[in-house]
Design a protein around this ligand. Structure first.
Ligand code: GDP
Length: 332
């Protein structure tokens, strides 16, 4: 819980502490970003405005895969690798299931034990949120704070459920999808959508008995993706087999990811990708802000019950009902 005393601190001072690498200041600021209370939000927004010039300098990496595919094992391995190379990595999670399950899978303390003790790493479990949209909005802001704190790699992790991959791909520079060696001829994730989002596909657990199978799966994906053709505005999707457990391929994963982002930067594609992301973020925030304003407005609240009843009983189309609410707000 954010502490009331913190809100009396000038956001400018907190911004200075975050820039100087004060991890406690960063951790506390994140609790404000995640809070839904209006006064906390206002304070967080003042802080975010303050630190905006210090953001944008990190490699933003998205990582997704079903539970058990080896995400946390890979993050540990990758975290060691990049911090040994002198980077500082922050790991954030978008986990819309955390609230329902009563405890975040991604926030489980036993995960990433080694990395959590690494002074060049910062791990933040997923904030509890009611909606994926809410969680994703806060994760974006957390990413900015971590960048201001000097982390030059931000890894945003999500479990492969629902729309969370889309949300993570929409806030990162590269989206990495982890898959398991396929048993049969069914290629997982080929369902339109997820694979399309991927910039790099990793077939994990390429070790022991699964090694050959993982390599075959990687080759199958490679072939299937070639058939699908090159996605618009994107470099070709890379596919490789790896073993997070033995760390076989981990150095190559990072060098591929880094080249992908560096090439995109040189070609101007990164700037374009981030600009598009920022624009859609703006409109998401605008709709969320509008909904908040509707819910807080007296005139709207005066008619909301009638409008809801009319819509639920099927006498009023939802689109017309929505316009009535907005009209009530605008005629204040
Ligand atoms: P997550 O749920 O995606 O974070 O998956 P975990 O990293 O927790 O891994 C799930 C299980 O798979 C654990 O028992 C890991 O030890 C195991 N695992 C992870 N990566 C590998 C790998 O590369 N090879 C093998 N054989 N097992 C792995």
């Amino acid at each position: 819980m954010p502490r009331t005393a913190d809100i009396q601190t000038d956001p400018k001072d907190v911004a200075d502490r975050i820039r100087s690498g004060d991890r406690r200041a960063l951790a506390r600021a994140l609790t404000f970003v995640e809070s839904r209370r209006a006064d906390h939000r206002a304070w967080a927004e003042a802080l975010l405005t303050e630190i905006m010039p210090d953001t944008g300098g990190a490699y933003r990496v998205g990582l997704s895969g079903v539970p058990g595919v080896g995400k946390s094992t890979l993050i540990e391995a990758l975290g060691d690798h990049v911090t040994e190379a002198g980077h500082r990595i922050a790991v954030l999670a978008v986990d819309p299931s955390s609230k329902r399950s009563g405890g975040s899978i991604l926030g489980d303390k036993t995960r990433m034990e080694t990395l959590s003790r690494n002074p060049a790493a910062f791990i933040r479990p997923s904030p509890a949120g009611e909606t994926l949209g809410g969680v994703a909005r806060r994760t974006r802001e957390s990413m900015l704070l971590c960048e201001a704190a000097g982390f030059d790699i931000i890894l945003v992790e999500t479990v492969g459920v629902g729309q969370s991959e889309t949300a993570v791909a929409a806030m990162t520079d590269i989206f990495v999808l982890m898959l398991l060696p396929a048993g049969g001829d069914e290629l997982q994730g080929m369902k339109k959508g997820i694979v399309e989002l991927a910039d790099l596909i990793l077939v994990n657990k390429a070790d022991g008995d699964l090694k050959d199978q993982a390599r075959r799966t990687a080759a199958d994906y490679h072939g299937a993706l070639r058939l699908l053709g090159k996605p618009k505005h994107r470099s070709e999707v890379g596919v490789m087999a790896c073993s997070a457990a033995t760390r076989d391929g981990v150095a190559e994963i990072w060098s591929r990811a880094q080249s992908f982002m560096d090439e995109a930067k040189d070609a101007g594609a990164l700037t374009q990708r981030r600009a598009e992301q920022a624009k859609s973020w703006l409109w998401e925030e605008a709709s969320a802000a509008l909904i908040d304003a509707l819910r807080a407005d007296d005139a709207v609240n005066g008619i909301v019950q009638d409008v809801e009843d009319a819509v639920t009983t099927g006498t009023l189309p939802a689109s017309v009902g929505a316009k009535r609410l907005v009209d009530a707000l605008l005629r204040r």
